[in-house]
Design a binder for this molecule. Structure first.
Ligand SMILES: [Zn+2]
Length: 74
């Protein structure tokens, strides 16, 4: 199997899990908030059903901190 043309490691993909739809989709970090909002709006009348896995959300916070250089020399 050939991977799709997203060998771009600079942008981490974030899994969004929706227990109602029983789906998990990966979207780029930059669009994750939008994707969650749109999913919930279109499929769940704006209820916050779909969400980023809490464990992953933690890691994203770390990644973001790293990105900002907050973890340098810690
Ligand atoms: Zn859903």
């Amino acid at each position: 199997m050939t991977p799709p043309a997203d060998s771009d490691d600079s942008e981490p993909a974030v899994p969004i899990h929706c227990p109602d739809c029983e789906t998990t989709s990966r979207v780029p970090l930059a669009t994750v908030a939008d994707a969650v909002e749109r999913h919930n709006e279109q499929l769940h009348d704006g209820d916050e059903v779909a969400r980023v896995d809490p464990d992953v959300a933690d890691r994203i916070a770390d990644l973001a901190a790293e990105d900002l250089g907050l973890l340098d020399g810690a």
